[in-house]
Design a binder for this molecule. Structure first.
Ligand SMILES: Nc1ncnc2c1ncn2[C@@H]1O[C@H](COP(=O)(O)OP(=O)(O)OP(=O)(O)O)[C@@H](O)[C@H]1O
Length: 225
């Protein structure tokens, strides 16, 4: 499902005299269907950078990245948009909210984009919000004013509303209480059981030990400064 081979990535700070920050060199990662791989490594080692490369947000300087059958190095923006619509889900740590869009529509949106009828999409969205213990009174409100943990649960529901074959998780349990953390770990287990390939950053070590099949230490791919 995910094949990363010999990937290098550096950042050029154009606004700061063109300084180049090398981050990854020779990065490798293989994730099979039904597997959850945790990215580990010290702060600044490149975990988020690797996750963003997998999402198609950054192009690698060299190497090959294939996600759910798409070669990201040569893919067009349209192909990357299609990949994110039907095969690649992403749960970020922070919710990017569009003002005035109610929580249940934020969650249902990926299904609407896939052509699921609105009533069915909203039903699925609300079932997940309910499972994640978001009070029903909040479903029709915009998440702009929600607490950190409430926003994160909206984000998680959005990421799990469609059975994506590949899921990227950036700190999915960071702001959650034990009850909701357990729900998220169950959702991850269910995704693995249906054959999804997952890659995550989990600073929550217990969650990582519980859910990850393997760890990949990104520090091993640190580029020489
Ligand atoms: N957009 C960017 N522009 C310039 N430098 C960047 C950019 N994104 C990341 N970096 C640099 O790349 C390095 C790796 O950052 P990254 O966020 O991937 O690390 P991380 O392992 O996820 O860290 P943490 O655990 O602290 O979140 C850091 O030195 C960071 O400053």
């Amino acid at each position: 499902m995910i094949h990363v081979r010999d990937v290098s990535k550096s950042f050029t700070l154009h606004a700061q005299g063109g300084i180049v920050i090398p981050v990854l060199e020779g990065a490798r990662l293989e994730v099979a269907a039904g597997e959850c791989v945790a990215l580990t490594g010290s702060s600044g080692s490149g975990k988020s950078t690797l996750l963003r490369l997998l999402q198609g947000n950054y192009a690698p300087a060299s190497g090959r990245i294939e996600v759910a059958g798409l070669d990201l190095a040569t893919a067009t923006p349209r192909e990357i948009a299609a990949l994110r619509r039907d095969r690649l889900g992403y749960v970020s740590q922070f919710l990017r909210v569009v003002p005035r869009v109610p929580a249940h529509d934020v969650v249902a949106d990926p299904l609407l984009q896939l052509g699921v009828p609105p009533a069915a999409a909203r039903e699925r969205a609300e079932a997940l919000l309910s499972r994640l213990n978001l009070p029903q009174a909040l479903w029709s409100l915009s998440p702009t004013t929600f607490s950190g943990g409430e926003q994160q649960r909206v984000n998680i529901a959005r990421g799990f509303v469609h059975p994506y074959p590949v899921l990227l998780l950036d700190e999915p349990t960071a702001s959650l209480d034990p009850l909701n953390r357990a729900v998220v770990l169950d959702l991850i287990r269910e995704a693995k059981a249906r054959g999804a390939a997952l890659v995550g950053i989990f600073h929550d070590r217990e969650a990582r030990d519980e859910i990850a099949d393997r760890e990949v230490d990104v520090s091993l791919f640190a580029a020489a400064p």
